[in-house]
Design a protein around this ligand. Structure first.
Ligand code: ATP
Ligand code: MG
Length: 414
């Protein structure tokens, strides 16, 4: 991609109305644009990162036998009355259309359960796991954390349906592992803890995936022996002892919930009478789990955990471009430009995602821009490097800079 033909505008100053680091850096880097509190446009650059996050999650859900679908955002009131949540869900956006009430979906149990009911008749139709990437709408009162807490955001929500508790438990354990691997792939491994959280009335605990960051709104207590954590919300004496191994030295940290997995059992299948004929010929209620991940929240969390004083440094798995190519204009003008063009063409041919800063701008401007955009690998071509038939190759993760011969450069990229 040529910088001159793309749609990027970086800002030298952080916008005044943003307090969170993630929003400041994402707005400055030209990744997102704020429409109103908790409502952001994903600009082309941000969408590239977002799509990578989405694809990693999709691959992992499919590997865990999830089947993708796409449900609507406009929900009839009746569905929400069935579960009682028309009244109890405080954050629900409600609309009126003629004489009818509608909700903008904050989650999709009320839609998927009656849908699955149309497909499931016998135990042979189970288990089934369905997922989507879909906008959720929530009246978040404290939308101050930038991308971490939106009023409109995309969630990956997977719902699984089971014939019995044993099957439900097995799938739940499987997805626990899937989530651990998934957050690792997103660059959040090592900082993300499986965290025991309150389970509501249906199971003792639910599990959250909490990533350590000062920007987080949650307090968790980490057991370094078990490498798990406990959310402050669950038990008052948690501060004293790990519920798994009894370890008395728990570490208090701030964290953000990037994902949540829940055994819903018959909480939603019962009100909709999602039943099936069991092996024994008897009618039974199907059991459910749900597995959520907020994508903008993941995006914001990656930023909160991957930046330095200059800007974002994207993990390789989600970087908007694999490499940024910068030519520093000098006396060698034409020759330098030819070298840049050639490198650009070769990288493109090799299917390397490259952002080529082909603008007629100063070195300082281009470097500051590259820092804000945060592509971790940078190729710099200047009069100095050309004198050695080389380019400068910089890696912001490894904090290394080295000269590489021009004819050897492209073979370094996979
Ligand atoms: P929180 O306690 O932070 O409000 P929640 O318990 O309401 O989260 P769920 O309803 O379980 O969250 O949603 C599943 C996932 O969706 C969460 O783990 C989180 O990653 C994401 N999520 C929830 N609310 C938001 C939001 N307002 N903006 C962005 N992502 C969100
Ligand atoms: Mg919430």
């Amino acid at each position: 991609m040529r910088r001159s033909q793309f749609f990027i505008k970086t800002l030298t100053e952080a916008p005044h109305d943003e307090t969170s680091t993630n929003a400041k850096l994402l707005v400055r880097g030209g990744f997102v644009d704020k429409l109103s509190a908790g409502v952001y446009t994903l600009l082309p650059l941000g969408l590239r990162v977002f799509n990578k996050i989405e694809n990693i999650i999709r691959e992992e859900m499919v590997a865990a036998s999830g089947i993708e679908l796409f449900m609507p955002s406009l929900h009839p009131k009746e569905n929400w009355q069935k579960t009682g949540r028309w009244k109890t869900w405080d954050d629900l956006y409600k609309l009126k259309e003629g004489g009818k009430d509608l909700a903008l979906g904050p989650t999709h149990e009320e839609i998927i359960v009656p849908l699955v009911k149309k497909f499931v008749n016998s135990y042979r139709d189970l288990p089934v796991a369905l997922f989507q990437f879909q906008n959720k709408f929530r009246k978040e009162m404290r939308a101050k954390s930038g991308l971490l807490r939106g009023r409109e955001f995309v969630m990956k929500d997977l719902y699984s349906f089971h014939a019995d508790e044993k099957d439900l438990d097995q799938y739940y354990e499987k997805l626990k592992k899937t989530y651990t691997g998934l957050f690792g792939r997103l660059g959040l491994g090592g900082k993300t803890y499986l965290t025991f959280a309150s389970g509501g009335s249906f199971s003792k605990y639910s599990h959250e995936f909490q990533t350590l960051t000062k920007a987080g709104e949650d307090i968790i207590y980490i057991c370094d022996k078990c490498k798990i954590a406990f959310n402050k919300e669950i038990i008052r004496d948690i501060r004293n002892k790990c519920a798994e191994c009894g370890n008395k030295k728990l570490r208090e940290e701030k964290a953000v919930e990037v994902g949540n997995i829940f055994k819903l059992k018959d909480k939603y299948s019962k009100p909709f009478d999602l039943s099936f004929i069991g092996k024994d010929g008897k009618e039974k209620i199907a059991l459910m789990c749900c597995f959520g991940i907020g994508l903008q929240r993941v995006l914001g969390t990656i930023v909160e955990t991957h930046y330095d004083e200059r800007g974002i440094i994207w993990p390789e798995s989600v970087t908007p471009f694999q490499v940024i190519l910068i030519g520093i204009p000098d006396k060698k003008g034409k020759k330098l430009q030819q070298v840049c063009e050639k490198i650009y063409e070769q990288l493109i041919k090799k299917n390397i995602e490259v952002l080529y800063d082909d603008r007629d701008a100063s070195a300082g401007e281009k470097f500051a821009d590259a820092d804000l955009i945060g592509v971790p690998v940078r190729i710099v071509v200047s009069g100095k490097t050309l004198a050695k038939n080389s380019v400068e190759l910089k890696n912001r993760h490894k904090k290394t800079t080295r000269l590489v011969k021009i004819d050897q450069l492209v073979s370094l990229f996979k």
